[in-house]
Unconditional design. Structure first.
Length: 111
């Protein structure tokens, strides 16, 4: 059973939705498009987390445990709980015991 990512990102996150399609173009200008597979809607969310040291370490440890290959459960804004992966994490010390973690959550369809 996949683990659940529970930390709240900073406000202002903007998600990106892509619809994969297959299109056939015909000579008379007619074009026909269909969804590419059963999971043709794919989302990604570039997120930042500005947290204290203990929380930042917990977030990084969670993402390190999954190493970009194992999916985890996360609920995007206006979305439902689904599977996600993170391929890259950026850790920026801000001073005063605060850290900014940046990661792009990419929707996955397998654990």
């Amino acid at each position: 059973m996949p683990q659940t990512f529970t930390w709240a990102p900073d406000n202002g996150a903007t998600g990106d939705t892509q619809y994969r399609t297959r299109t056939a173009q015909f000579g008379d200008g007619y074009r026909q498009s269909v969804g590419d597979g059963i999971n043709s809607k794919v989302q990604s969310w570039p997120l930042t987390f500005t947290k204290n040291k203990a929380t930042a370490e917990a977030i990084v440890a969670f993402l390190d445990e999954h190493q970009g290959a194992t999916s985890f459960i996360w609920t995007p804004p206006l979305g439902t709980a689904s599977l996600w992966q993170v391929k890259q994490v950026t850790n920026t010390p801000l001073g005063g015991g605060m850290y900014r973690i940046a990661a792009t959550f990419e929707q996955a369809f397998h654990p």
